[in-house]
Design a binder for this molecule. Structure first.
Ligand SMILES: [Zn+2]
Length: 489
């Protein structure tokens, strides 16, 4: 079988030189996704190993949401054109590329239906029905679904696809401040997801006003730096003010029986998180995963000769049983027809974080050899208490992955305060450049045009103090905030 040969197993592209091609190869060879059928460019098929990763993300976020007052709901995947138009009228700049359904069976529809590009326009009218009094607030619903945006760009699994999986949360509140607290709660949960589950440090901040979600009061974002120096918008949380409430009549009677518009928020995280996970940690041998989200956390590879096969396998099985009993996701690779070297390569490609090697020496000495996927570090451990020892190794592997990503981030935030300096600093693959900024969109252009880099984020005011005599790095007017320029996905 040619698909099983040693040659096909290996990654042929190099991460450092051809990041895009390397990424596509890892996604396919590690069994995460395939490209969609011919004639459906932009769609991908998510294979079980890829979907399992999404489920870890989903489960963790779902738990966080539910523990902070959110309930899940589900709305139709099709939205009448008039609903979208209503949103478009109010929300200037809202004009996604939409896929349209024009026929139902053999009949042409009286009104075209859009396959949802996002669900504000169908969720908001129902929120308007459900909210009557201040006692109905806060109202928090979340939906797990896919959305479709018919953008004709080059497909990149989990980063750029026409259909993608995500969650969208929609909430309504009595006051501006409560809506702000909600916005920040969700942003914080996104940051925790990246830092505590995916071993990726993120920057938190707000989008510049000219780049916020159309109609929003403020758009906040978590940004993650990829190894190719580009920033990924890794999750966004919007304070929508009262503009959506006014457009869709989401009003409530307050304690004095006065009618007031609600203050709403929306927040979303997509399977881009998965793309960021794969891109950040993986290497030229294939996928690298933190133990928190690895479908198999440990693989046991027994190493035997004919005369030692039985004792080695018995020992390996007992180790497997101990680990499984402790709730560890473990696989014993006892295939007869493959040699250990082949198995090492295959499990490395698949990203299993910890490998246990068991041969006759380990059996005799009641020991186990433990190998870390990310760097090949080896340790010999006692058989006794192996489940606990393996948990410690998980923590070590997680810490290594996080530290490497953090180092990449810290080394790639640079400061500049003139146009020439920004252009010189923001060469190819150079991460973030921090610049004092006046807040005027025009000052983004001289950087955007030659480098296709833009302001991806401004830190929150309390985190980044602008001095009175700081001036905008581009126009020289007084600076009001700090802008992070970067190329982005
Ligand atoms: Zn300026």
């Amino acid at each position: 079988m040619s698909s099983d040969s040693d040659q096909d197993l290996g990654i042929t592209e190099r991460k450092q030189y051809n990041t895009g091609e390397w990424y596509a190869e890892v996604v396919q060879k590690a069994g995460l996704a395939n490209y969609g059928p011919e004639g459906m460019s932009g769609f991908i098929v998510t294979r079980p190993r890829g979907y399992a990763l999404w489920e870890y993300i989903q489960n963790e976020l779902d738990r966080k949401f539910k523990s902070t007052g959110v309930q899940n709901a589900y709305f139709p995947m099709m939205i009448p054109e008039s609903y979208l138009e209503r949103e478009k009228d109010i929300v200037e700049g809202f004009d996604p590329e939409v896929a349209w359904v024009t026929h139902g069976g053999h009949e042409e529809l009286e009104e075209r239906l859009a396959v949802r590009p996002t669900s504000e326009s169908i969720i908001a009218p129902y929120m308007a029905q459900w909210v009557r009094s201040h006692r109905d607030l806060p109202l928090r619903v979340n939906q797990w679904c896919s959305v479709v945006r018919w953008e004709a760009t080059e497909t990149k699994p989990f980063f750029r696809t026409k259909e993608f999986l995500w969650q969208e949360g929609h909430t309504a509140h009595e006051t501006h401040d409560e809506a702000w607290d909600e916005t920040m709660t969700r942003l914080e949960q996104y940051a925790e997801l990246y830092e505590d589950l995916l071993a990726i440090p993120v920057l938190k901040g707000q989008k510049p006003d000219h780049d916020k979600f159309p109609g929003a009061h403020k758009t906040t974002t978590v940004e993650a730096l990829m190894p190719d120096g580009k920033s990924v918008q890794a999750g966004t949380s919007h304070h929508l003010g009262t503009s959506f409430a006014e457009a869709f009549d989401i009003t409530f009677s307050d304690e004095d029986e006065e009618t007031q518009p609600a203050h709403t928020t929306s927040w979303g995280l997509s399977w881009r998180a998965l793309g960021a996970l794969i891109m950040t940690h993986s290497d030229d041998q294939g996928l690298v995963l933190p133990p928190t989200v690895a479908p198999e956390q440990v693989v046991i590879v027994p190493i035997w000769q004919e005369d030692t096969q039985e004792e080695v396998l018995d020992y390996a099985e007992s180790v497997r049983d101990d680990l499984a009993e402790a709730g560890i996701r473990v696989e014993l690779d006892d295939r007869d027809e493959r040699n250990p070297g082949f198995k090492f390569n295959e499990w490395e490609l698949k990203g299993v974080p910890v490998r246990l090697e068991i041969g006759p020496h380990e059996v005799d000495d009641e020991e186990i050899t433990v190998v870390h996927r990310p760097d090949g570090a080896e340790a010999v451990e006692d058989r006794e208490g192996i489940a606990e020892t393996v948990q410690d190794h998980f923590d070590e592997v997680y810490a290594k992955l996080y530290a490497a990503a953090e180092e990449n981030l810290e080394e790639n935030v640079r400061e500049a305060d003139s146009r020439e300096e920004i252009l010189g600093t923001l060469g190819p693959n150079n991460g973030y450049v921090k610049v004092p900024w006046c807040g005027d969109e025009d000052c983004e252009e001289p950087i955007k045009e030659p480098l296709s880099a833009e302001i991806v984020m401004c830190p929150f005011d309390d985190e980044e103090d602008i001095d009175e005599d700081d001036t905008c790095g581009i126009c020289g007017e007084p600076a009001t905030q700090t802008a992070y320029f970067a190329k982005n996905y």
